[in-house]
Design a protein around this ligand. Sequence first.
Ligand SMILES: Cc1cc2nc3c(=O)[nH]c(=O)nc-3n(C[C@H](O)[C@H](O)[C@H](O)COP(=O)(O)O)c2cc1C
Length: 358
Amino acid sequence: MKLPPLVIGDLKADIPIVQGGMGVGISRSKLAGAVAKCGAVGVISSVQIGFDEPDFETNTLEANARALRKHIRRAKEISPKGIIAINHMVAVNNYDVLAKVAVEEGIDLIISGAGIPMSLPAVVEGSNTKIAPIVSSAKAAKVICKMWDKKHDRIPDLVVVEGPNAGGHLGFSIEQLTGENNIDLGEIVQSVIEAVKPFEDKYKRKIPVICAGGIYTGEDIAKYIKLGAAGVQIATRFIATEECDAHIKYKQAFIDCKKEDIEIVVSPVGMPGRAIRNPFIEKIKKEKEPITKCYNCLKPCNPKNTPYCISNALINAVEGDIDNGLLFTGSNAYKIDKIVTVKELLDELVSECEAHLE
Ligand SMILES: Cc1cc2nc3c(=O)[nH]c(=O)nc-3n(C[C@H](O)[C@H](O)[C@H](O)COP(=O)(O)O)c2cc1C
């Protein structure tokens, strides 16, 4: 059976796969543009996107705003007809300022997690930009729909459900992630689909629900589509692509990593994250890293007591200093064994998925 497209309001992605946003700098214009060009949804990560601008150290906000504009334009040049989104974390300082820059650049969609994106409907008001919260429970989906409905007469255009096997920051406790208590992504997706139904009925339009976290094969995608998901979000697999914006040493670390190298770490955001074990992780377990400069990047981070500077750690990683960087990953990175093109990856996922939808 042919894969159904992902319809987000008046946007249509022929391939119902959203490439997960990956910060810092892992998914910028090259990756997002290539994904969109193939018919899936390409996502630029906004967090500290200006890390390689000449004035990043002294003029961080402006450097980030300029780089965000540049990468949205470049991605659209690569794929003029494709769907380009940004992943914009609620936990970042200057959330509204940077979201407005993306709206001015005509971004198609803003996907927002790591908190509840309360101000997002107001930021996009009057534009054609679609908005999608990332949630890890039906309760969070309901709270967001209720608040957006009450305060802004608006509902999400898409909901992303992130499960416990995702990369980056995770919306679960360390106990939930490391204990026996197996959390099932399929069950969460189905409960989110139920939770948004009253809002679909009220607004007489569909809220597509997609899911993310540990999705690796086309068979995995077919499983969630059969459970009612409108598509999936996949991040880790896109790291081992030619077009991924990270340094080659970063990509190689994913090819080299083994199952036992993947662990749960604590991030200065106050949320757990999943990463590849390396000398950096071993070091921060033993001692705090002194903060020499604070970029004021994340609202929940206090430079006085943070175990390390997450901006520094993620910038080191994307630039290829992988022993001194933080390598966020989904749970399935150890299965990656080679670098392919985005088109090869998507072709493989689509044909496997279609075979399993028969
Ligand atoms: C290296 C890396 C960086 C990430 N950065 C972000 C981010 O900045 N914001 C965010 O909302 N999610 C982030 N994520 C989560 C992904 O967007 C995605 O939802 C998740 O990793 C999906 O699971 P998968 O990697 O197993 O496919 C990141 C994931 C990875 C692997």
